[in-house]
Design a protein around this ligand. Structure first.
Ligand SMILES: NC(=O)c1ccc[n+]([C@@H]2O[C@H](COP(=O)([O-])OP(=O)(O)OC[C@H]3O[C@@H](n4cnc5c(N)ncnc54)[C@H](OP(=O)(O)O)[C@@H]3O)[C@@H](O)[C@H]2O)c1
Length: 319
């Protein structure tokens, strides 16, 4: 009979441990899969922010792309919508079309250039909305990244990207926050970020600003919860979206249009996470990218961005 220290006893112990680890891994994978399916099939709690006919949502960067998609989706749900942008003529056209589609809700326009504004102007803008019951803030405005080596950018170009993507959402939230926390109604602050790793060579300030958005929003979520406030804070990361100002590629499962992206983001409201990938196609892409070894991921991202940089350089040469 083999003793407890014989070679066959220890090999069967190794087999037992391996099958236990295998079983635990399979259970964990099934658990993760169920959670994934649940996240993308659960019903949204966005309607809790739209009780009564006087609930308003403020959407920054609402004249195009995903922001315009948010304006449509929120109006469809019965919210009155404040449309923020920088071009009054474009905003007026958008407002007229929205009003035609949703005659039962109200729209208002606010104009402010998010890349060069002072905090006093932001405070003034928010003060002009004091008469409205704002229950939802969508921090959508962003982008504006020039694909270029960092050292070739001017200080003004770097400033503009930080202002547009990080400073403006931070300051407009600060200006609005006491109104939200003092309200007896629950409210929502939803901030748009960029999907996956914020490591973006040739758009390094954009990547850094988007990483800031995610960390800032997650921290604010915990702080407001610790203070006992009734404000949901959610950061939604976004992959490639088409029918936006800079992308007119065909719509596919992997590349939704702005409205589909906005609907998906609103569908995630109430999920309880600090950061969520809004659209299921982007979540699958992120899952695959996360499996890649870091060195393979780095080389894929670098060569893709380098190729975009080359395209941009050729375009500039032709001008
Ligand atoms: N599209 C994507 O593939 C993608 C991927 C990841 C993350 N995102 C993020 O998603 C958000 C929306 O992107 P998008 O693709 O929908 O952008 P978009 O189509 O370019 O629309 C941006 C919106 O913001 C406004 N805007 C731009 N600069 C502004 C400024 N300086 N001051 C005031 N308003 C300004 C635009 O106004 P005008 O109409 O006047 O231009 C427009 O209403 C951004 O935060 C972006 O970083 C997008």
């Amino acid at each position: 009979m083999p003793g407890p220290h014989s070679p066959s006893a220890s090999s069967s112990m190794v087999e037992d441990i391996c099958s236990m680890v295998g079983a635990v891994t399979i259970v964990l994978m099934i658990w993760k899969f169920i959670r994934f399916i649940r996240l993308y099939t659960r019903s949204s709690s966005i309607k809790r922010y739209c009780k009564g006919k006087d609930a308003w949502a403020l959407v920054t960067g609402a004249s195009d792309g995903i922001g315009l998609g948010f304006a449509h989706e929120l109006a469809r749900l019965g919210f009155n919508v404040i449309l923020h942008g920088r071009d009054p003529t474009k905003l007026e056209g958008v407002q007229a079309r929205l009003q035609q589609n949703y005659p039962e809700v109200n729209f208002r326009i606010v104009v402010l250039d998010a890349s060069s504004t002072s905090h006093k102007q932001i405070d003034k803008l928010v003060a002009s909305l004091q008469d409205l019951h704002i229950t939802v803030l969508i921090n959508n405005v962003g982008g504006g990244a020039k694909i270029s080596p960092f050292e070739l950018l001017t200080a003004d170009e770097v400033d503009a990207v930080i202002n547009l993507n990080a400073r403006f959402p931070t300051l407009i939230t600060r200006a609005l926050l006491s109104k939200l926390t003092k309200s007896i109604r629950p409210s929502l602050i939803l901030t748009i970020g960029s999907a996956g790793d914020p490591v973006v060579p040739y758009a390094v300030t954009y990547g850094g600003s988007k990483a800031f958005n995610m960390a800032w929003s997650s921290s604010l979520k915990l702080e407001l919860k610790a203070e006992g406030n009734n404000v949901e804070v959610l950061a939604v990361s976004v992959g490639k979206v088409t029918e936006t100002a800079f992308c007119k590629d065909p719509v596919t499962f992997w590349t939704p249009d702005g409205r589909t992206m906005a609907r998906a983001a609103l569908q995630r409201v109430g999920c309880g996470k600090a950061v969520v990938v809004g659209y299921i196609g982007h979540a699958i892409q992120k899952f695959v990218l996360d499996i890649l070894p870091a060195s393979v991921f780095a080389s894929v991202v670098s060569s893709h961005m380098k190729m975009l940089r080359e395209k941009e350089r050729k375009k500039q040469k032709k001008r």
